[in-house]
Structures are given as structure tokens and as C-alpha cells.
Design a protein around this ligand. Structure first.
Ligand code: ATP
Ligand code: MG
Length: 437
């Protein structure tokens, strides 16, 4: 086995093109395949940018290179120094003729699934060996798209004057309902993993006005589904001096901007995943909760007013509403305690969900900004206001009217990459059954 030594990368696979014909280059990567034709050997090398062909004619390369060939197996990690040679037969129209090969790592075993085949074993098997699964082109494409989506979201919010913040993930109280909390031992006290940055981001708008956070949320979900994980990434926004209608516009703008960026920067990845993405039309369609109940009733599905809407029910509307749309003005009782009721109709709150078909992408709304109203809401929901004292006391100093939302980055990724299972768009997913790797 060789060591890295002085060898350093000069080019990626996609830079080996006729324009650099006759240039000396160094590339690194994994050997995707080895083919022999008499005195000719073709190595196909894969790096993060794609494939490159290395052609070895036994009469035209140094003895040491021919000797090295005997060591190399598929999926070995190698470094290759050589000269670029234009040829129409190679990817990108050029290949490398090596002067030196370093074999940096030889696998002791091969992946139990074919890295380059379309048919795959089930996802659980792949997740058991996720680091190797990630060498396949599809997950690479997915995580490139996730990277571009994250960058787009950050640049959009920054450009609009929102400050990126980080709030604690070890907290003392529930925000989204007590049942779904993960308790933990915090020194000698009980604490919990944060279900959302809700209360902290609200506190922050009193000082920083416009904030966003991209971070993990933890939920001990009761059922195991294709769109719930125990640990997910949430994109949260909170803003002072606006209401829910304003942040709905911000939400549709950030989603539209992100999709446009992904379309622009990830053409190859989208085509590899066979995804036909379109920039959605703004404004997004918007229905009140009551209007959705009516649409469901037209499909012979009767929902009692006040109940949450189930995916099984919303599936009936997927034909009519396949893209992004809002459901707004939810019954106050169906939403979290911190949502603000309508002034003239307290049974309805200033709230919305952003949907894509039957998949919930985001929830948001105007927030209660009066301490007494919050205390009453907490009592109604059988929360102990004393446990929220650290939060409630901030309201004693005054709090501006504010609104915000949280959207599931992984849920949006399911839409961008057309994946049915959220586990495909998370590097190391966590669910009821999975804590490793
Ligand atoms: P759902 O009804 O789909 O379980 P929720 O209404 O409980 O979601 P919210 O508290 O509104 O979730 O959280 C805001 C967003 O965070 C959701 O719209 C969703 O995109 C995302 N999200 C919530 N829980 C999860 C989870 N367990 N796994 C992945 N994403 C989640
Ligand atoms: Mg929700």
C-alpha cells in the first residue's frame, strides 16, 4: 500500500477535457471499474465530480505502473499522476495516461449492493451501511441538492435582513405538546431535547426583530412513517411587526427562490434523479380550513369542524391540489398554544400550513404577544405556567406583535428530489428503530 506522500490533486474528473490535452495532472478517486483488453487496461475512476477514464497500454507506461495494476481492485482508493490525452471514446472527451499510480486503500470487502446498478436492496440494508451507500450517484445527487437548497435559504434570508441565530437544543419544557418529548438527564435534573426553537425565536424578535434558524428538532413520534424522523432539520423564521399573511409571502418567496436556484445549479443531479422540477407560480393557492372541509365533503369525506386534518383525508385532494398550497385560518383548538386567535373570531387562529399535495411542509402563524393571554392558553392546555416562567417573564417587558413559521427542510427535500421516504434525504436518519449508524 502507498502513502499520500507529495501527491496533491490538480484536477477533478470533470476537468479532464480536450482543452487540457497534454497537461500533467493528478487526480484522486475510487476505482469504479477495471476492464482489460489484451495489452490495454481501462480504469474508470470516480471522484465527487463524476467519472474519468485512465488508459494503460502496457508498452507505453513505466514498469512501476504496470506493477501497480496488479494490486488494484474495484473500489480501491487511488491517486494517479499522468498526462491528459484527448479521445472521443472517454467521458468528457479525454483520458489520462498514467506516469505514477498510488494505491492508497484496498477494500477488504465489497459493498453488499452494487454501487452503479439501478435495482437496489431495501433502504434499511443500505442505511445499515450508509457511508458506503452514499458512494452511489443517487444519494450524492440528493445531498448536493440539499447543500444548494441550504445555501439558497441562507442567502435569501440574509438578503432580506434576517439574522441567523442558534437557540438551545437542551431545554426545560415542551413547546409542541408534551407527549413527543425526548427526556434526558441534565446533570441531576430532567431536561428535554428541543422539539422546536419556537419560544426562543419569539423572545429574540423583541431584540433582533427578524431572525431565522436552521437546526435540528427532536420528536419522539408515536408512529413510524415515511415522513417523520426523530431528528429532523427545521428552517425557522420569526419576525416582529408582521402577521401571518406577511410571513406566508416570505415563505412562498423563499421556497420559490430555492427551487429556482436548485434548477439552475443542479441540472445534472435533477436529471440523474429523473426529477422534473418547475418554479412554482406565486402567489401559492390558499384555502381556509373551512374551504378545505368543503372540498373534502365534495369527495364524500366528512371532517368534524375543529379536528386536525389527516393525511389519509388530504390524499383525496391530491388530484385537485398536487402542488404547493396553503391551508389557513385553522380552528384555534387544533393549533399550538402560542398561536394568536382572530380578534373578531376567537375560535379561529391566524395560522397556516404550507402543503405539497398531502405532505405538510410548514406550519406558521401570528403569535400571542400578551402575557395574560398566553398564561390562559397554557392553562387551557393543562400546561403548568410555572414551567414557562422563564419565557413568560420576557413578556412583562413588552413584546412586539410578531409572526413566523417553521418548515421541515427534509420534507422540502422530499419534494425537490421526488422521494417518498424521508430517510433518503437525511444522511443518518433517526427513527423509532434506528439509532445507528
Ligand atoms: P406533522 O403533522 O406532519 O406530524 P407537525 O404539524 O407535527 O407535522 P410542526 O410542529 O408544525 O409539525 O413542525 C413544523 C414542520 O416541521 C412541519 O411542517 C414539518 O415540515 C416538520 N416536521 C415536524 N415534525 C417532523 C418530523 N418528525 N420529521 C420530519 N419533519 C418534521
Ligand atoms: Mg404542523
Amino acid at each position: 500500500m502507498d502513502t499520500l506522500g507529495y501527491l496533491r490533486r490538480t484536477h477533478y474528473s470533470n476537468e479532464i477535457v480536450p482543452a487540457v490535452d497534454a497537461t500533467d495532472v493528478v487526480i484522486f478517486g475510487i476505482v469504479a471499474s477495471i476492464r482489460e483488453h489484451g495489452k490495454l487496461t481501462f480504469l474508470i475512476l470516480e471522484d465527487t465530480k463524476g467519472l474519468v477514464q485512465v488508459t494503460i497500454h502496457k508498452n507505453n507506461v513505466p514498469e512501476s505502473v504496470v506493477a501497480k495494476l496488479k494490486e488494484i481492485q474495484e473500489q480501491s482508493f487511488v491517486g494517479i499522476r499522468g498526462k491528459v490525452k484527448s479521445t472521443e471514446k472517454a467521458p468528457h472527451g479525454a483520458e489520462i495516461v498514467p506516469d505514477e499510480i498510488k494505491v492508497l486503500s484496498i477494500p477488504h470487502c465489497l459493498a453488499p449492493f452494487k454501487l452503479y446498478k439501478q435495482r437496489l436492496p431495501n433502504i434499511e440494508k443500505r442505511l445499515d451501511l450508509r457511508a458506503i451507500d452514499l458512494r452511489r450517484p443517487q444519494p450524492k445527487a440528493i445531498f448536493k441538492i440539499k447543500h444548494v437548497a441550504l445555501q439558497s435559504i441562507r442567502s435569501f434570508f440574509s438578503g432580506q435582513g434576517y439574522l441567523e441565530v442558534e437557540t438551545p437544543k437542551i431545554i426545560s419544557t415542551a413547546t409542541e405538546g408534551g407527549a413527543a418529548l425526548f427526556p434526558l438527564l441534565y446533570y441531576n435534573k430532567e431536561a428535554f431535547l428541543a422539539q422546536s426553537p419556537q419560544l426562543y425565536k419569539e423572545q429574540l424578535v423583541g431584540a433582533l426583530e427578524k431572525v431565522f434558524e436552521i437546526g435540528p428538532i427532536f420528536r419522539a413520534e408515536r408512529s413510524r412513517t415515511m415522513k417523520h424522523l426523530s431528528e429532523a432539520t427545521s428552517v425557522d423564521l420569526e419576525e416582529a411587526y408582521v402577521n401571518y399573511e406577511d410571513v406566508m409571502k416570505t415563505l412562498e418567496r423563499v421556497i420559490t427562490f430555492t427551487i429556482a436556484e436548485v434548477l439552475d445549479k443542479c441540472k445534472d443531479e435533477l436529471s440523474l434523479l429523473k426529477v422534473k422540477l418547475k418554479v412554482p407560480q406565486m402567489p401559492f393557492k390558499s384555502y381556509t380550513y373551512d374551504e378545505i372541509l368543503k372540498l373534502l365533503s365534495d369527495e364524500a369525506i366528512e371532517v368534524t369542524w375543529g379536528n386536525d386534518l389527516f393525511v389519509s383525508e388530504l390524499k383525496a385532494l391530491e388530484k385537485k391540489l398536487p402542488d404547493f398550497y396553503f391551508i389557513k385560518d385553522w380552528p384555534t383548538s387544533s393549533k399550538a398554544f402560542y398561536l394568536k386567535a382572530k380578534d373578531d373570531k376567537p375560535e379561529i387562529c391566524e395560522s397556516f400550513d404550507l402543503m405539497h399535495g398531502s405532505l405538510e411542509i410548514s406550519s406558521g402563524g401570528s403569535r400571542i404577544d400578551q402575557k395574560q393571554a398566553l398564561v390562559e392558553k397554557l392553562k387551557e392546555r393543562s400546561f403548568d405556567p410555572a414551567a414557562f416562567e422563564y419565557h413568560l417573564k420576557v413578556f412583562d417587558y413588552g413584546m412586539p406583535p410578531h409572526a413566523g413559521f417553521g418548515f421541515g427542510l427534509d420534507r422540502l427535500m422530499m419534494v425537490l428530489c421526488k422521494q417518498k421516504n424521508i430517510r433518503e434525504v437525511v444522511l443518518y436518519p433517526r427513527d423509532q428503530r434506528r439509532l445507528i449508524p
